[in-house]
Design a protein around this ligand. Structure first.
Ligand SMILES: CC(C)(COP(=O)(O)OP(=O)(O)OC[C@H]1O[C@@H](n2cnc3c(N)ncnc32)[C@H](O)[C@@H]1OP(=O)(O)O)[C@@H](O)C(=O)NCCC(=O)NCCS
Length: 212
């Protein structure tokens, strides 16, 4: 189990990185209201003062220079986690460069992406955001959490989730056939609320909503 060694206020992030298609990432424009949430650190503050060191893994906020490393984790994770759900051709067509460009734009706009590093290499990341759907059951969504397949079970997914959403009430969408992720989310207090949807941009993959 991961141990938090150095504490910082969790950022209940309004990082608004959204995917409108596999190779096109759009950035929504609303920023956290910093006059109302003065305890929320800026991205620069987070990057300058890593708040969490877990078993040799540093978790902190990414900088623009991290975009390529984040995209590498993202694409490698998709190809492994969804190999039983998506066609080889679809997975092969995903462009790591396009994904990196999307993350770079998001980071340039000051969005927060939490990254876990081992020996200066990014091995996982997480993003929280405001839900994009109408009438969401929670005001906060865990939008992305990915760990390189070789680092699954290492314990570093936990501080990533903690950094992104803390213990806040939250929602997320997950592939309906992704038992490992389901177990990880259940351990973090999430349960299915019955909502499902078909992701037409993802070869009609079914996803299910979890809340806590
Ligand atoms: C989801 C993810 C971030 C979790 O990180 P992780 O390091 O694998 O998480 P942990 O090892 O701490 O926890 C995994 C849990 O799944 C369980 N598990 C492992 N394999 C399993 C399987 N095939 N079926 C069911 N449960 C499984 C583990 O026992 C553990 O549960 P426990 O702590 O109750 O014993 C990581 O697996 C990942 O990046 N997956 C690919 C991308 C992905 O699916 N992201 C989520 C998108 S919504």
């Amino acid at each position: 189990m991961a141990t938090l060694i150095q504490g910082r206020p969790y950022e209940v992030s309004s990082s608004l990185l959204s995917r409108s298609s596999v190779d096109t990432w759009t950035i929504e424009t609303r920023q956290p209201d910093r006059t109302e949430a003065t305890s929320i650190p800026t991205q620069a503050e987070c990057a300058a003062q890593p708040y969490d060191l877990v078993m040799g893994t540093l978790v902190n906020a990414a900088t623009v220079d991290d975009a390529a490393g984040i995209a590498h984790v993202n694409v490698a994770s998709w190809r492994q986690a969804y190999a039983h759900l998506l066609s080889p051709g679809f997975l092969a067509r995903i462009s790591e460069q396009d994904i990196a460009n999307g993350f770079r734009r998001a980071l340039e706009l000051g969005r927060t992406v939490w990254v876990a590093r081992v020996d200066d290499q990014i091995v996982g990341f997480a993003v929280a955001r405001e839900p994009r759907e109408e009438n969401p059951p929670r005001d906060l969504e865990l939008g992305l959490i990915y760990v390189l397949p070789g680092n699954h079970g290492s314990g570093l997914a936990q501080p990533l989730l903690d950094a992104a959403i803390g213990t806040a009430p939250c929602m997320l969408w997950v592939a309906s056939d992704n038992p490992r992720a389901h177990a990880f989310y259940r351990r973090n207090g999430f349960s299915f609320d019955g909502a499902t949807k078909i992701e037409d941009q993802w070869e009609n993959m079914q996803t299910s909503r979890m809340i806590r």
